[in-house]
Design a protein around this ligand. Structure first.
Ligand SMILES: C[S@@+](CC[C@H](N)C(=O)[O-])C[C@H]1O[C@@H](n2cnc3c(N)ncnc32)[C@H](O)[C@@H]1O
Ligand SMILES: [Zn+2]
Length: 254
């Protein structure tokens, strides 16, 4: 898994450098010649006027399709692009959700993030933010980069939009066991963009506008400590933490 990740990262880093030096994403070795370039959501669907309006060219896209052609985006909405590359989709989305909305792009490749930020500055778009995959980086630091991470849309009362993150099962390595209920995945944390109502509640409590929800935004994530301990130490029954059996507890007293 780590080898695949690293080869994906290295390939995109190389492509980002090539794009930065004026090359095209569709050089041989990228998605050139792929049928995915045309068709209902192919690159043909990017409006050249929209792209030119951002001061960019189609070279700023590493995508083989245009998701913004299908998404029903409206002013005020929040957009998240997982794997945002050089940022074209994020910047187009940012325009479409303006005013009041924001577009976030997440990428794991530093060179891509640097290029996306350059494109953002060139396009003069302010309501877009490019981030490194913080949650994935955090989970990999905690458990090891050999475990895959996946995200599922979810609902939590204090974030909107919200996503749940799962980690490949550390007990069975993804083949399926009692702990992961045969799925190969373990639900590990909840996360999302902080709901503006949370900032309003903080302001109310503090008696002044400390965090103006029109100006301030943020993301949050949290996880249960028992779950982390189970996964780090291969404990397969959460009830062991509450049983007060010294034979179990003393294992961690080192
Ligand atoms: C085809 S490009 C995306 C194109 C982009 N949507 C656009 O507007 O041009 C795919 C991107 O996904 C990123 N990527 C691949 N695996 C990733 C991962 N596990 N986490 C974060 N980014 C990832 C790569 O670095 C690459 O920049
Ligand atoms: Zn398992």
């Amino acid at each position: 898994m780590e080898t695949i990740r690293e080869s994906v990262r290295a390939k995109y880093a190389e492509t980002a450098i090539k794009l930065r030096d004026g090359g095209s994403c569709c050089d041989p070795g990228c998605c050139a010649g792929s049928d995915a370039l045309s068709g209902p959501i192919g690159q043909d669907e990017y409006s050249s006027a929209d792209v030119a309006d951002l001061g960019l060219s189609l070279g700023a896209s590493l995508g083989c399709g245009n998701p913004t052609a299908l998404a029903q985006l409206h002013p005020g909405e929040v957009v998240l692009d997982l794997g945002s590359g050089a940022g074209l989709d994020v910047l187009l989305s940012a325009r479409r959700v303006s005013p009041g909305g924001h577009a976030y792009g997440v990428d794991m490749t530093d060179e891509m993030l640097a290029l996306a930020n350059e494109n953002k500055a060139r396009a003069g778009v302010e309501n877009a933010t490019f981030l490194k995959g913080t949650i994935e980086a955090f989970l990999h630091a905690l458990f090891g980069a050999q475990y895959p991470v996946r995200f599922r849309s979810s609902f939590f009362p204090y974030t909107e939009p919200s996503v749940e993150a799962d980690l490949g099962c550390v007990v069975c390595g993804g083949t399926g066991c009692r702990v992961c209920k045969g799925t190969g995945w373990l639900e590990i944390l909840g996360s999302g963009m902080v709901h503006p109502g949370v900032f309003e509640a903080v302001n109310k409590r503090l008696g002044s506008v400390v965090y103006d929800p029109e100006e301030v935004t943020g993301f949050a994530f949290g996880l249960g400590i028992e779950r982390v301990a189970m996964m780090r130490h291969g404990v397969d029954d959460i009830r062991l933490f509450y049983g007060n059996d010294l034979r179990f507890l003393e294992q961690f007293n080192k």
